[in-house]
Design a protein around this ligand. Structure first.
Ligand code: ZN
Length: 347
């Protein structure tokens, strides 16, 4: 008895995704942008999104920022540092400043995706930063930032690099899985916690005094792009955003293709699609980066989401402030095209 299972009244739907696909087509997110006053719509969606992400409350914990070491790179100075995000959650980061530009520095917060960590941003080995590391796909974000006259704060995101799980005895082989699932049980999400760390990173940059806060942005690829999108949506102090290989309709990406747990926000599709989330950033400048052949954020879904995003920007009178940059390749960053578009918007 092999072959397809056919009941008397037709083919059986035995895959969970078939039911979810049906629900996805039926669902009408209640706070999708459908026209009208963008700011008033944002006022309704933003608190809902904040609630769904389960972000920690704004912290009054002292940052206790401290420098671990300082070193010279070809393009600038790199300082490794640590600060406290919340109780028992410390952030390590690199702050990189270009040699050829005086302070106050325009600055970009750089977020790596699923990788060995933030060390990729400075193209040095994680466990011995004196050793060069061969970076692929333009992921040396901090060097790219300095090449374009910007300082960079490279934050180690929770579950990656130095902040990978090392304390728990039995862990999932998928780096983010345990933290993402445990966060859900606590009414949080891992991406919400990462956005919170970005907010604390901005506290740190503000306290430094050598950063141009009017030109402070966030960028990242893949999982770093996802955190970039939510940070842009929720954090007032972010002035520009450059998410790469992460922006796509939920329907065409995380609802159709395997992604790990930190991409999912419980209940979000009852309220909004991806374009609405990033639409919370309008009218501030955003460069959406995509790969023509990215298999997990397909270009068709990227274009659909971007068209919706463009409608929100147009309605807010800022049609020119959102750009789509498409690189000729896969799931990676495209430094030259992306920075060129960004500088046209913010210089
Ligand atoms: Zn993950």
């Amino acid at each position: 008895m092999e072959g397809r299972q056919v009941a008397e009244d037709g083919e059986l739907s035995l895959s969970p995704s078939q039911n979810h696909r049906y629900l996805l087509e039926e669902i009408a997110p209640a706070l999708r942008f459908t026209g009208g006053d963008v700011a008033a719509w944002q006022e309704r969606l933003r608190p809902t999104l904040r609630e769904l992400l389960g972000m920690p409350e704004p912290s009054r914990l002292r940052l206790r920022a401290r420098t671990l070491w300082r070193n010279e790179l070809e393009r600038g100075t790199v300082e490794k540092l640590a600060f406290a995000a919340e109780p028992h959650a410390d952030v390590v980061a690199y702050f990189c400043t270009p040699h050829d530009r005086p302070p106050p520095y325009p600055t970009v917060i750089c977020l790596q995706g699923h990788s060995t960590g933030m060390h990729v941003s400075i193209a040095r080995e994680r466990d011995d930063e004196s050793v060069p590391f061969a970076v692929e796909g333009d992921r040396d974000f901090a060097l790219g930032a300095m090449r374009h006259g910007f300082a960079a704060l490279c934050i180690e995101q929770r579950s990656f690099g130095y902040r990978r799980e090392q304390a728990q005895a039995a862990t999932s082989p998928h780096g983010c899985h345990d933290a993402a699932m445990q966060a859900l049980m606590l009414g949080r999400t891992l991406v919400g916690e990462r956005v919170f760390d970005v907010d604390r990173g901005i506290d740190y940059l503000t306290a430094r005094g050598d950063v141009d806060l009017s030109r402070l942005g966030v960028m990242g690829n893949s999982g770093g792009g996802t955190a970039t999108i939510y940070a842009a949506a929720l954090l007032d102090r972010v002035r520009f955003a450059m998410p790469s290989c992460a922006f796509c309709t939920f329907a065409d990406s995380i609802m159709s293709i395997y992604h790990c747990a930190d991409n999912y926000v419980p209940g979000l599709l009852r309220w909004a699609e991806a374009a609405d989330v990033l639409g919370l950033f309008a009218p501030k400048p955003v460069v959406v980066v995509a790969g023509r052949d990215d298999p997990i954020f397909p270009l068709l879904g990227v274009r659909t989401a971007f068209d919706d995003l463009r409608r929100i920007y147009t309605a807010s009178g800022a049609d020119e402030q959102c750009r789509l940059v498409i690189g000729d390749g896969g799931h990676r960053f495209y430094e030259e095209k992306a920075w060129q578009a960004l500088l046209e918007l913010i210089e």
